[in-house]
Design a protein around this ligand. Sequence first.
Ligand SMILES: Nc1nc2c(ncn2[C@@H]2O[C@H](COP(=O)(O)OP(=O)(O)OP(=O)(O)O)[C@@H](O)[C@H]2O)c(=O)[nH]1
Ligand SMILES: [Mg+2]
Length: 477
Amino acid sequence: MTPLRWLTDLAGASLDAIGAALAEVPGVLSLNHDTHRIAVTGLQRSGKTVFVTSFVHALLHAADAPVADFPFFPWRGQVRDVTVMDVPGLPPFPYRARLGELLADPPAWPARTTGLTAVRVRIRYAPTSGLARSLFSTATVDLDLIDYPGEWLLDLPMLTQSYEEWSARMEELANAASRSDLARPWREAARDLDPAAPEDPAALQRVGELYLDYIRRCQSERRLHFVQPGRFLNDGPEADPERGPVFFPLPPQRTAKAARSGSNGAALAARYGNYQALVRRFYGQVFGRLRRQVVLVDLLSALQNGHDSFADLALATRSLTDAFEELQNPILRALSLGGVDRLALVATKADHVTADQMNNMVGLLRDMIGEPFVQANARQSGLFAAASVRATTQLLRKYRGETLPFLLGVPEGRVAERAGAAVEVRPGVIPGQIPAAADWPALEFNIRRFAPPRLAIPHERPLPHINLDKILQFLIA
Ligand SMILES: Nc1nc2c(ncn2[C@@H]2O[C@H](COP(=O)(O)OP(=O)(O)OP(=O)(O)O)[C@@H](O)[C@H]2O)c(=O)[nH]1
Ligand SMILES: [Mg+2]
């Protein structure tokens, strides 16, 4: 389990400080200075840090690189200079360190990250059209990329649920075959707790610990993604100090007794209310101002992990996209939370499959997110299959009399210069939509993890990628 170390990283800066910092940057500073906030999120290991690193590197070098390296680069031919800087008031995204690891010998993927970090790419260019051209010789665009954990978004539904509704939903989830054994200890303990009895902080703590153990094990042992409350996933020095005392769902038949003040039930409902306030603050101050959003989804690892993991990823992903829908909800609008202008939904690590499977990846993502969402948000949302750093190359091989596409790559953990370190892999056929439960046993994938490619140093051109440029174009155009 990855700890959310973000608040330690912030060195004590509070969400208020982040909110204030963001408030200082309006969407357009002046006629010749644009700022775009691009928030990048996704569940653990979905590829956020690699994405931001490769994106920044591409922005730095795309102007001088061959067009084929980054075909859709809106400022090609106009760029004067590009610089990378911190975003005032936000913890810095360590771009140089991350790039250094990817370009090291041997290259390495970044370590896990846990918090919110940001990096600004400032592009100064010669405007070629519009008012800016007649008034200024140079215009500036700041692209602020923000990397934050998707688990925080999974808390959003809590904003519109009462404590009783939330409890009922969590109980329902805990009945799933993939969770029920892990859930037994806290459910038994919660059943034994009398919600009407006077508040007993020690008892609440004891049951709370059992609940937290349950959500953490759902994530670490079962690879299940949908757990709430997200800010309780980490403990110890990496715990989020703002999250308040622990709370947990009560069985539905018991929550009715929760109302009497001074009782266990009332205490839990109050703790839940305080947590809702924290979530609301995160949205209002940080997220509400991030108008361009990239959501990364690692469909392929979930496919490889099988039906339960995939079903849970689907649930978690739908909750993420519901979160964006909810932001349009009048109730949340009344809480002054902003919406998202443009949403890029990206199936990551597309270099793990052969090129002929890319459309299926997008189809699967579309199915996972649900046609109603895609239709309702067609104007602002885009679906992509992409690889931030392409670690494989495509080959054609004769196999049982047929010519078939294969991947060539070095499996993670092997050192590339050893002869034979690279392997040829046939990852299998990616279903273009969510397979029916009965079809899962017959499905076979060989989705491997690969070491990063060895690249020439210094690498003054975009890292090999799939579709990063299209995502940029979608977000900016
Ligand atoms: N082949 C390939 N692997 C990738 C790519 N992007 C990410 N990965 C793999 O996915 C892992 C996770 O990527 P990260 O960028 O660290 O993911 P993250 O979302 O920042 O993860 P956390 O910080 O743990 O939440 C990496 O260690 C790589 O193994 C990609 O474009 N191609
Ligand atoms: Mg990360």
